[in-house]
Design a protein around this ligand. Structure first.
Ligand SMILES: [Zn+2]
Length: 306
């Protein structure tokens, strides 16, 4: 099933990157009673299950104790003149108690993403990656001094050595490999027994996307790939990867699996891929990861001629 936008993309908010550097403007928006705040507890988002489900936005008044205590807050963006923030409320001791239980439920981003309206999962992804980065970057990588949040959350500044630190995104190539009318998929030992997916791996410094695709396929399956075409990308907020989806054209069919990375890799026919994507299983019971994954979206697009 082709999803457009792909889950975790298509966010509706304008990130207002020029306005957000203005401290006065930001302070006004934080205090503005029309501004909306999404509480995140332990990287779980507050979800209102009665409304769809959807993000349980709260007004500034509800978030005042956290903001006054210096909780991490990120400006997510603006829509129709209303600013939207994420606030780390992990200091809450009993998130299942009132008043929070009346507002909604703190839910893992991955488990709820596929049930939200288009674009909402992108807001969750942005918030999750950003708060996670702040959680783990409290000290300067240059001099070791404690750093401070800046630029509405899009930077940490070191007051000691003046270094500026920016939220990181880690590029990952994920690719289908085609040969004739067949497609190469593999399975990692941690996958459910019947699941096969596109091969993937982190890019390394100094590589182009095409080079990373060829290296990963050669390392994991020993299959030579020549031409590589880009199809689509997806932010993956666990914790902060950019999945770069490609299709590579193999120049040979012999597979030698790297058992450190994969349990098995094999060629599937177009009919088998269609059965795996349609959630009807193949005769052997094989299936793809769910539609929110870029692997599923690459396979769906390949079937449609991408
Ligand atoms: Zn420093």
């Amino acid at each position: 099933m082709i999803q457009d936008p792909i889950t975790f993309t298509g966010g509706p908010l304008d990130r207002v990157s020029n306005s957000r550097r203005d401290q006065g403007w930001l302070a006004e928006r934080l205090a503005d009673p029309t501004s909306r705040f999404m509480p995140m507890w332990g990287l779980r988002a507050l979800i209102d299950l009665n409304a769809g489900p959807g993000i349980a936005w709260r007004p500034a008044a509800d978030m005042a104790p956290f903001l006054e205590a210096g909780a991490t807050r990120i400006l997510l963006g603006e829509q129709d003149g209303v600013c939207h923030f994420a606030v780390d409320v992990s200091a809450i001791e009993k998130p299942k108690a009132e008043p929070y239980s009346g507002w909604g439920k703190f839910i893992d981003v991955r488990s709820i993403a596929g049930q939200l309206p288009a674009g909402h999962a992108a807001i969750l992804a942005q918030a999750r990656s950003m708060i996670d980065w702040h959680d783990r970057h409290g000290f300067c990588a240059n001099c070791g001094a404690p750093t401070e949040i800046a630029d509405a959350g899009y930077q940490r500044a070191c007051p000691s050595c003046k270094a500026q630190h920016f939220p990181r995104t880690d590029p990952v190539v994920i690719m289908l490999v085609e040969h004739g009318d067949d497609c190469l998929l593999g399975r990692q030992p941690r996958f459910p027994k019947e699941v096969f997916s596109a091969l993937a791996g982190f890019m390394e410094p100094g590589e182009s996307i095409e080079e990373a695709v060829r290296r990963e396929i050669m390392e994991e399956a020993s299959v030579p790939v020549k031409r590589v075409r880009y199809i689509a990308s997806q932010h993956w907020p666990f914790p902060s990867s950019l999945m770069i989806g490609c299709i590579g054209e193999a120049t040979g069919r012999e597979i030698v699996v790297d058992k450190v990375e994969l349990e098995e890799a094999r060629w599937f026919s177009r009919e088998e891929i269609r059965a795996m994507v349609d959630a009807s299983l193949t005769q052997e019971g094989f299936r793809m990861p769910p539609p929110l994954s870029l692997a599923h979206q690459l396979a769906s697009r390949w079937l449609e001629g991408a």
